[in-house]
Design a protein around this ligand. Structure first.
Ligand code: ZN
Ligand code: ZN
Length: 440
C-alpha cells in the first residue's frame, strides 16, 4: 500500500484558507491542469465564505473544479486508517456531491474499524456530516435542485432513504430497504456501485453511508436537509447520527410524553443526546447511567435529574428507588452490551418500554425474563436512526432555538489528520460527549 505518502504530506501542509472573494472567471481553469493547491484555492474562494452567503456569479460546478480529493480509508480490522487520494466522486441522478465540512466520530464506525460489524472493505467510514452543495447528478429531479441549490449548506442523515421502496413509501425512511440492501450490506449506493475510486489505480472503495471522512462525498438527496446559516458546520454534524438516533428512539420507539420518567444507560454521544431530547419532550425524571463520573457530571448539563454510577451502585435497584419502586416509563440502552440490555428491560415499570439503540458485536444475544415480559406487558423495542425527511428538519429547529444545545454536545474538535487518533480515543473512553472532525 505505497500510496504517494510524500504528496499526502505535502497536501497536509497546505492550509485551507477561507475567503469570501470570488473568482470572476474560473471556467477557464481546466480540471486536469489544476494541482492540489489550486484546487484548495479554487474551492475556498469561488464557493463563498463558510456560511454560503455568496455564490460565484458563474455558479460552481465540479467539472471545473478539482479532479482529486483526499479520504480516510479503512482497510481491515484493527489496522490504522490511511489517507488516500481519490478521483473526484461523481453523483448520479438524485444524488448530490457535497464538499464535506465536518464529520462526527461515532461508535458505529468504531465497530467497523474493530471488525465487530462486518462491512465491505476497503471503505471510507464516517456517516455524520455537514457540507456544502457542489454538484447535482445528471437527470436529478428539478425539485431537488431547487431545494438544494449549489452553494447551499446541508446536513446529512446516516440513513439515506431511497424515497421509493416499500418502507419509504410508507414514510418509514428509517427502514429503507435500499439503504440496508445496498449500503449496509454491500457498501454501495442504490445502483449497486460505489462512487469512490482511488486515484491512479481506479480501485473501488466502499462507502459506509456517504463515506463522510473525505473532502467530498456523494449523498442521495433524500438523506439531506438544508442547514440554516445560524447553525455552525462543525457542531451541526452530530444532527445526522447522534441526535438523529436519539430523536428516533424518543419520538418513534418510546413515544415519550411530558411527565415521563426516563433512564438512559450509556452516556456517550448518542446517550447524552437522548438526555437532551428527553428534556425537550418534557420528561420529569431523567436518569443517566454510566460508569464514568465525568460523563455523569456532564449529563446534568444535558438535563439529567439523577445520575447512577453503575460501578458503584446497582442500576436496576437504584432506578426503582428513584421512581418509587415502579421503574421508569422508558429506559434506553445506548451501549450495546448484553448486561445493560437486561438491565434496561428490568428498569422499566409494568407496561413500560425498553428501547434498544446500542449496536454490538454481530450475532450477539440479549436475555429477557419471558414471564416478566409477558405478565407485566413489557415492550422491548429496537430503534435505529430516525426518518431523514420528516425528522431531520425538526432537529434543525430544535437546535436553532437552543432547545437542543449542539455546542455543549460537541466536546472535541479534531483536524482531518487526527481522525485515526480520534477513533482510538473513542475506543479508550477518552471522549466525553462527541468528537467532530473538521474537514474544511
Ligand atoms: Zn453514528
Ligand atoms: Zn427506501
Amino acid at each position: 500500500m505505497a500510496f504517494r505518502r510524500s504528496s499526502i504530506l505535502l497536501r497536509r501542509a497546505i492550509g485551507s484558507s477561507r475567503t469570501a472573494a470570488v473568482y470572476s472567471s474560473h471556467s477557464s481553469l481546466l480540471r486536469d491542469s489544476l494541482d492540489y493547491s489550486d484546487c484548495r484555492r479554487w474551492f475556498s474562494s469561488s464557493v463563498s465564505d463558510s456560511k454560503g452567503t455568496a455564490m460565484s456569479a458563474a455558479g460552481y460546478h465540479v467539472s471545473n473544479g478539482p479532479a482529486y480529493m483526499r479520504g480516510a480509508v479503512f482497510w481491515e480490522p484493527n489496522k490504522p486508517l490511511t489517507f488516500e487520494d481519490f478521483e473526484m466522486p461523481r453523483p448520479k441522478a438524485n444524488e448530490i456531491l457535497i464538499k464535506t465540512k465536518a464529520c462526527g466520530v461515532c461508535h458505529s464506525d468504531l465497530h467497523v474499524i474493530k471488525g465487530e460489524l462486518p462491512f465491505a472493505s476497503p471503505c471510507v467510514i464516517g456517516h455524520e456530516v455537514t457540507g456544502e452543495v457542489v454538484e447535482h447528478g445528471p437527470l436529478t429531479d428539478s425539485k431537488i435542485i431547487e431545494r438544494f441549490p449549489v452553494g447551499s449548506q446541508v446536513v446529512g442523515a446516516f440513513i439515506m432513504p431511497c424515497g421509493s421502496c416499500f418502507f419509504c413509501s410508507k414514510g418509514q425512511d428509517d427502514l429503507c430497504e435500499s439503504f440496508f440492501a445496498y449500503n449496509r450490506a454491500k457498501g454501495t449506493l442504490y445502483d449497486g456501485e460505489t462512487r469512490l475510486f482511488l486515484r491512479g489505480s481506479g480501485k473501488p472503495v466502499y462507502m459506509y453511508s456517504m463515506g463522510g471522512l473525505a473532502e467530498f462525498c456523494v449523498v442521495p438527496a433524500h438523506g439531506l436537509t438544508v442547514l440554516p446559516n445560524s447553525l455552525p458546520y462543525t457542531e451541526s454534524a452530530i444532527l445526522g447520527c447522534a441526535v438523529f438516533t436519539a430523536y428516533g428512539a424518543m419520538a418513534h420507539a418510546a413515544q415519550v410524553h411530558p411527565g415521563d420518567a426516563i433512564a438512559v444507560i450509556g452516556i456517550g454521544g448518542v446517550g447524552s443526546s437522548c438526555l437532551q431530547i428527553a428534556r425537550a419532550f418534557g420528561a420529569s425524571e431523567i436518569i443517566a447511567v454510566d460508569v464514568q463520573d465525568e460523563k455523569l457530571q456532564k449529563a446534568k448539563t444535558f438535563g439529567a435529574t439523577h445520575a447512577i454510577n453503575a460501578r458503584k451502585e446497582d442500576t436496576v435497584a437504584k432506578i426503582k428507588e428513584i421512581t418509587g419502586g415502579r421503574g421508569v416509563d422508558v429506559a434506553v440502552e445506548a451501549l450495546g452490551k448484553a448486561q445493560t440490555f437486561s438491565q434496561c428491560v428490568q428498569s422499566v415499570r409494568d407496561g413500560g418500554k425498553a428501547v434498544m439503540i446500542g449496536l454490538t458485536l454481530s450475532g450477539a444475544k440479549g436475555e429477557v425474563d419471558i414471564n416478566h415480559l409477558v405478565r407485566r406487558q413489557i415492550k422491548v423495542i429496537g430503534s435505529y436512526g430516525a426518518r431523514a425527511r420528516q425528522d431531520l428538519p425538526k432537529l434543525i429547529k430544535l437546535a436553532e432555538r437552543g432547545i437542543f444545545n449542539l455546542e455543549a454536545a460537541v466536546s472535541r474538535k479534531c483536524k482531518f489528520e487526527e481522525a485515526g487518533q480520534a477513533y482510538k480515543d473513542l475506543d479508550n473512553g477518552g471522549i466525553v460527549g462527541r468528537a467532530v472532525i473538521e474537514i474544511m
